[in-house]
Design a protein around this ligand. Structure first.
Ligand SMILES: [Zn+2]
Ligand SMILES: [Zn+2]
Ligand SMILES: [Zn+2]
Ligand SMILES: [Zn+2]
Length: 506
């Protein structure tokens, strides 16, 4: 150990009693004390793998952090056929200390821009030898924070190593000054670029930018791009389940406890929403509709004429659900006259006849689940919750589990035989192309004119097949409920197998 004040590196923890240690680890009432909690504070910027101050910190999808150089060498991931994107094929097993141990796609990890800047500020305050031109001795004015940081930087302070301090010593204020200097420099870096206030529940995107969870969710509701760099991001419905950035959360607690508490209270007061006015989506109980697919409709019932007219004059949206075909209903649809999952349709054009009946042309925009419902002028209105497909990482993990890929040992387990997601896509696509080439009535030029050419996108092909094949609504409903591309493709493969079997026997 060096001449640093009050620090005895490498001393065993047994030299202090358990209760003393307990006391030492507890933050003081006003948050962290830079003198007493110096070890915790320096650990905030140490890599848990190499123990050095973080270098190019990578934000992992599990919320953990590792230096870019500390990530294990990437390998070609097994059992991932969909999405068929080269940038998702490389991955590694999470090296973070803790319980993750999952495979991460390299594409889901980015340099944590905010954390990198915060680490820089720690470094510029703690690594500089300069300290006020005070007449007290250099050793005394060095401070615990700086001593520990220098040890860490020299590679002589393991990430989980504890340090026993001389309990008798009192701080001379140096550490308070150091922490204040870090705070002054670092807190402005931890502002959300959406709300321009201190980050609350920070979530880091795969491009490495960090926002308050609520802020990024709101932004993604009307844009699919990162507000900082325009990278295409996940869907807003994926944000609630996303891991918080663990390291930034810890740093915020230590550096800005007061501001954080203020933010938390102002956030909760802005929270309550008017519950009364949430039945805003008109609901049409009629047919199966699918995202991106057209649904032409003939409107003749008076209540639906009124509903469609109002939608056309408003946002042009209404929800389409199937009538309840399960005797007692299932799940939340128990006892309701409709099924709980449906498709949001947008009216593209409308042709009204002299007697008030009309033809409308609609296209599916998204899927939803009905949360609450009631009536308005004889038609249904509901509070709906958007239902999106699972995040790509979950879709990939689903395929891997179906194919029996053992992720703990990426290099040793042979691929179990099984059909990949893209195999299922090929089966469906080949069947469709065959039907088109033999001029099947299901895939006649007229049908193609209405529903478009056979989609190349695996997310859409099952919807297209369901739109043109004569399949009962109960079966089609399985596609509306499903949030997995793989699952929808395999449902479609089942239909195709059944049709081929019938054709064979006939
Ligand atoms: Zn490292
Ligand atoms: Zn992880
Ligand atoms: Zn924000
Ligand atoms: Zn970004």
């Amino acid at each position: 150990m060096t001449s640093a004040e009050g620090v005895g590196a490498g001393q065993s923890a047994s030299e202090t009693s358990g209760s003393q240690q307990q006391q030492q680890r507890q933050p003081c009432p006003n948050g962290f004390d830079p003198f007493r909690d110096a070890r915790e504070i320096v650990r905030l910027v140490q890599c848990s793998i190499c123990s050095l101050p973080l270098r190019h910190p990578m934000a992992l999808p599990c919320g953990n952090i590792a230096c870019r150089g500390c990530l294990p060498e990437a390998y070609v991931r097994r059992g991932v056929s969909y999405p068929d994107l080269p940038e998702r094929k490389l991955g590694f097993i999470c090296p973070a200390v803790g319980d993750c141990r999952k495979e991460h796609a390299l594409a889901d990890c980015g340099v944590d821009v905010t954390l990198a800047k915060v680490v820089e500020h720690f470094n510029s305050v703690l690594a500089s030898g300069k300290m006020g031109s005070d007449d007290s001795s250099q050793e005394k004015r060095f401070g615990r924070l700086r001593s520990l940081y220098v040890l860490a930087k020299d590679g002589r302070l393991a990430y989980d190593e504890e340090i026993e301090f001389d309990e008798e010593k009192e701080g001379d204020g140096t550490d308070h000054q150091l922490l204040a200097a870090i705070k002054e420099a670092a807190c402005s870096e931890m502002e959300c670029q959406v709300c321009y206030a201190l980050l609350v529940d920070p979530v880091t995107t795969q491009c490495g930018h960090t926002f308050c969870r609520q802020c990024i969710q709101k932004v993604l509701a009307h844009s699919l791009h990162c507000p900082s760099c325009r990278t295409k991001l996940q869907l807003p419905s994926h944000i609630p389940a996303k891991s918080s950035n663990k390291r930034l959360t810890e740093i915020l607690v230590v550096l800005c406890p007061g501001e954080l508490a203020d933010r938390a209270t102002s956030n909760t007061t802005a929270e309550p929403q008017d519950e009364a006015d949430d039945l805003t989506t008109p609901i049409f109980v009629c047919a199966s509709s699918f995202p991106s697919m057209p649904t032409p409709l003939f409107i003749f019932e008076a209540r639906y004429r009124l509903m469609i007219q109002r939608a056309w004059e408003g946002d042009k949206l209404f929800g389409m659900v199937l009538p309840n075909f399960v005797s007692n209903g299932v799940g939340d649809a128990e006892g309701t006259p409709f099924m709980e999952y449906g498709t949001m349709l947008q009216i593209e054009s409308i042709q009204v006849y002299a007697d008030g009946r009309s033809h409308i042309w609609t296209v599916g925009v998204s899927k939803f689940k009905i949360r609450k419902w009631g009536y308005r002028d004889d038609y249904l209105i509901a509070k709906v919750e958007r239902v999106d497909d699972f995040p790509l990482a979950d879709e990939e993990a689903f395929e891997q589990s179906c194919l029996g890929v053992n992720l703990g040992h990426p290099h040793s387990s042979p691929l179990a035989p099984g059909q990949t997601t893209m195999d299922a896509f090929r089966i469906c696509a080949d069947f469709c192309d065959r039907m088109i080439s033999i001029n099947s009535p299901w895939a006649s030029p007229n049908v193609l004119l209405t529903f478009g050419l056979r989609p190349e996108d695996p997310t859409l092909l099952p919807y297209w097949v369901a739109s043109i094949l004569p399949i009962v609504d109960q079966e089609k409903y399985r596609l509306i409920c499903s949030q997995s591309v793989r699952e929808r493709l395999f449902i479609t493969v089942q239909w195709i197998n059944n049709i081929e079997r019938i054709r064979w026997w006939v």
